[in-house]
Write a protein that binds this ligand. Structure first.
Ligand SMILES: *[C@@H]1O[C@H](CO)[C@@H](O)[C@H](O)[C@H]1NC(C)=O
Ligand SMILES: *[C@@H]1O[C@H](CO)[C@@H](O)[C@H](O)[C@H]1NC(C)=O
Ligand SMILES: *[C@@H]1O[C@H](CO)[C@@H](O)[C@H](O)[C@H]1NC(C)=O
Length: 748
């Protein structure tokens, strides 16, 4: 199949190997993966005493030589078998505490094995010597051909804004060099992958390719990225690094040689063409990713976050957490769930002042305030085949074909009077109230088109759609955008979302940094979209929201399976993962905290949510999987099973300097689970052979996923280890540590 990445201006889109060829080795079915293709360590790394002597003159020579020894011993892609994550603290389990070694890996609710570790080097011919760059974030996978599964993942790197710079890479035939975040593909032998959890071998046995997935990159004006000029770059600038005139706007300059950088590619979602049924959904396979936040200079204005690959403007430019396609139930439209900060930009003052000057007071008589986290639940409807002005687009226009030039963002608005469904409470307050936010609680609302609409012209941020959620809801007197904390201050952020893929449903499951999550529905989509034609878009849709979990005490809902004990506190009191320990001063938090990663997996009977906190847990960050999701108003809450824990400033292995790889951890710190993808549909067999063909459309992968029972699933999860930032990671361009793993559940 074909695949290309896409980034949206604040969102980037990698078309899955389509025309744009962000791609690595081979372009889908045309080039079948050659018999016996394999990445083999054919020429071991060696150096003479004389080489070593001269290398010892370099700064950080000790670190670098230790890393070179690691590479001389192997450390090729997939070779690492030691896990970063663990099942309980080493002080409790008695696991050996040694740099480079795993702790307790006897997980009660399923088995886990790594398939790639950040810093490993390629021994594949197309990318010989290149390192795998962390921290791993959004992921997906697809069939490159009948014999090969390509795992695509992005690294969340911050270019010049953090300690380590990732290695840079060329795009557009070397016209521009890119730093910061990467998107890479790792190819695995499909047959070997399907048996990976039945043996003890390393993943390197099944790696058959590794390459960058970004070959071509376009900016928000559709120009190919080119070199950065002295002064203003008027053509080919990466516009999320500049203002609308192409003047550099980021607070720091690159420290290694490149022109532009992709900032904090956050979560991503793999969308296969027609994943909702024949002709329904995107026309191309794509990997949709987004720049999440930025640090701008306090004196220059800026455009806002843009994407790489294809920058898309339709979603507005406030930076995003995650976008995922949802079922449009119409062959002419596409729909997405949309989440994220809405303006996490330091150095925002020039943009705020410009907004206040040019637009005056808000209709409610107040000054505009900075827009970060003043935003409701959002979704997008686009019309396929149209340019921004509503005219017909050429058939080969990638963004237009996929409904990403002409469309509208809708916000979830509710009656905020005392008679409304929340008695006038904003989102965060509502979810922390046990009277209201029980499993099954329902909030009726409307999805209303926001006033702003992308018109194709690149302007500075004061004109962006991110400001709209301080305005009245068009045409709805008693309604307000259901923001997290109102119109005048930011509340909790909308984190990951996951599409509802059940037939006939349009909706998504949405999480929050405040630790609550629920299910949003867009109602009567088929009828409403049948009722509009051409470039017409509905003004609103009916909507419903159901709570899965409020920001309430979950300690009795968490199952530890006899593990997941942390170190005792100084007074000898027992601590475990039924609570969150983002602070160890007191007794831990009884609610979820900062649920970040969230993705739902489908089984023959229903759905389970994988939940990943990003709380700065000092004893070990948590990854959990829910019991089957339901939002019946029946007095029953969900159960959550601990999958794994990782890192922590007061975790025994971290404090003892254990890094994976060895030499990478010089200071204990917290970790973050940050991505989930169900591989099962790609690997399911029926009567001895694979059920899914490489040329089949996306809805068939979804169908196959849903046939696999939970305990037979191969679920890809990842972990980011931000404190693994030395040794091989620092000195060989791999940024920071982490691992991508396969988790095979074992739930009661
Ligand atoms: C360069 O950009 C700055 C900031 O937008 C602008 O003020 C200036 O006029 C531009 N210079 C030229 C020569 O266009
Ligand atoms: C940025 O500028 C604004 C307004 O001029 C000022 O209030 C703010 O303190 C500045 N922030 C920084 C980090 O310099
Ligand atoms: C929950 O909401 C009810 C009704 O508005 C209110 O009386 C109560 O104080 C709230 N509880 C909390 C814990 O805020």
């Amino acid at each position: 199949m074909k695949f290309s990445p896409l980034c949206v201006t604040s969102l980037w889109i990698v078309p899955s190997l389509t025309g744009a060829r962000i791609l690595g080795t081979g372009n889908g079915q045309e080039e079948a993966h050659p018999e016996g293709r394999v990445c083999r360590n054919g020429a071991p790394l060696t150096w003479s005493p004389a080489t070593q002597a001269v290398l010892s003159n370099m700064g950080y020579a000790e670190d670098i030589l230790q890393a070179l020894e690691l590479y001389a011993d192997g450390f090729t892609i997939g070779s690492t078998q030691e896990l970063i994550v663990e099942a309980q603290d080493a002080a409790v389990s008695g696991a050996t505490v040694r740099d480079g070694q795993a702790g307790d890996t006897d997980f009660p609710f399923g088995d886990i094995k790594p398939i790639v570790t950040m810093g490993e080097r390629s021994v594949c011919s197309e990318s010989m010597g290149q390192t795998v760059v962390g921290k791993p974030d959004g992921m997906g996978a697809y069939l490159l051909n009948e014999r090969t599964v390509r795992v695509i993942y992005q690294s969340e790197s911050y270019g010049p804004l953090e300690a380590n710079e990732a290695r840079a890479y060329p795009v557009n035939n070397g016209e521009a060099m890119i730093g910061g975040s990467h998107i890479a593909g790792i190819d695995y032998d499909r047959e070997k992958l399907s048996r990976f959890m039945n043996n003890n071998g390393p993943a390197s046995n099944m790696v058959v390719g590794f390459d960058s997935m970004i070959e071509k990159a376009y900016n928000l004006r559709g120009e190919p990225l080119g070199p950065r000029m002295e002064g203003n770059t008027t053509v080919g600038a990466h516009l999320s690094n500049t203002d609308a005139n192409g003047q550099w706007a980021v607070e720091a300059l690159p420290r290694i040689e490149y022109d532009w950088f992709y900032q904090s590619l956050c979560s991503a979602h793999m969308e296969e063409a027609y994943q909702w049924g024949p002709g329904i959904g995107l026309k191309d396979d794509l990997f949709i990713t987004n720049e999440e936040w930025h640090a701008f200079d306090n004196v220059t204005n800026f455009v806002g976050n843009s994407k790489s690959l294809y920058a898309a403007g339709v979603f507005s430019l406030g930076g995003f957490e995650k976008l995922a396609e949802i079922n449009p139930q119409s062959p002419d439209h596409v729909m997405f769930g949309v989440s994220g900060y809405n303006g996490d930009y330091s150095g925002y003052h020039p943009a705020l002042l410009a907004r206040q000057e040019e637009y005056g007071l808000r209709p409610d008589g107040n000054e505009y305030v900075w827009c970060n986290n003043i935003v409701p639940y959002r979704m997008y409807v686009g019309v396929k085949g149209l340019m921004e002005d509503g005219s017909r687009a050429p058939d080969d226009d990638f963004l237009a074909r996929n409904g990403l030039r002409y469309g509208q963002v809708y916000g979830f608005a509710i009656d905020m009077t005392e008679d409304g469904p929340t008695q006038g409470m904003w989102r965060d307050e509502f979810h922390s109230n046990a009277t209201f936010a029980y499993n099954g609680a329902k909030v009726e609302g409307k999805w209303v088109a926001q006033p702003w609409k992308w018109d194709g012209e690149v302007r500075n941020f004061e004109h962006d759609g991110s400001w709209d959620f301080q305005l009245p809801v068009p045409g709805m007197k008693d309604y307000k955008w259901w923001n997290s904390a109102g119109y005048d201050e930011g509340g909790a952020k909308t984190e990951h979302l996951s599409p509802d893929v059940r037939p006939g449903k349009t909706g998504f499951i949405q999480g929050s940094t405040a630790g609550y999550f629920g299910h949003l529905y867009v109602l009567d989509v088929e009828d409403v979209l049948k009722g509009v034609s051409g470039k017409e878009l509905p003004k609103s849709f009916d909507g419903e929201y159901y709570v899965y979990q409020g920001e309430l005490d979950v300690t009795k809902q968490i199952e530890l399976g006899g593990k997941f004990r942390y170190t005792d506190d100084a007074d000898g009191n027992r601590r475990d993962a039924t609570r969150n320990w983002d602070s160890t001063d007191e007794d831990g938090k009884v609610t979820f905290e900062d649920i970040d990663g969230l993705e739902v997996v489908y089984t023959p009977t229903g759905m389970h949510a994988v939940l990943q906190e990003d709380s700065g847990n000092r004893l070990g960050e948590r990854c959990l999987i829910s019991s089957e999701l339901e939002h019946e108003d029946d007095g029953k809450e969900l159960t959550y099973y601990m999958v794994a824990m990782s890192g922590g400033a007061e975790n025994t292995r971290m404090m003892a300097g254990v890094g994976i790889p060895a030499g990478s951890n010089k200071e204990a710190g917290s970790h973050e689970f940050s991505g989930v993808f169900d591989l099962s549909g790609l690997l399911r067999k029926s009567r001895g052979s694979f059920a899914l063909g490489a040329n089949e459309k996306g809805y068939r992968k979804r169908e196959e996923d849903a046939k696999v029972e939970l305990n037979d699933k191969y679920i890809m999860i990842n972990v980011q280890a931000a404190n693994f930032e030395h040794g091989a990671l620092k000195h060989f361009g791999a940024d920071t540590g982490g691992q991508i793993m396969i988790y095979k559940p074992r739930l009661p």
